[in-house]
Design a protein around this ligand. Sequence first.
Ligand code: HEC
Length: 117
Amino acid sequence: MSSRRRLPAVTRAVLDPPPDAATGAAVAAGKALYHTYCSNCHGDSATGSGVLPDLRLSDLIKSPEAFDMTVRQGSRVDKGMVAFKDEISPQDLENIRAYVIHRANEDKKAWAAASSG
Ligand code: HEC
């Protein structure tokens, strides 16, 4: 038997968002859009609903093109992710992406503060 003990399993996913580079206005616009179109399925404040993907953790927020493919073009319609081409303009989508990135960065900071405290 090994005397070395395994580290406990990580209970939280790792947040690794892109930098929060958007303007406050873009984030605010994205927040309103998110709560109109996305929060029912993806959770309030982009924290995930527990069942559907937590967008803060999604790699797709790193790429405007990949985000557009999924959200506007409907590349995952067969998996239950609706297409928003008619409702959401490319500019609005960038604002939503900015909001999710902003939320991911906020929580990354909060989690880091909590675990170092
Ligand atoms: C009717 C429910 C519903 C709504 C509303 C919805 N989604 Fe989704 N979304 C889903 C489901 C279900 C999936 C999982 C698809 C899969 O398994 O690949 C998903 C997946 C995604 C993914 C892929 C995440 C990943 O990395 O796997 C992104 C990005 C996404 N949604 C963004 C959005 C955005 C942005 C909005 C608002 C504009 C939105 N969704 C609104 C149901 C929804």
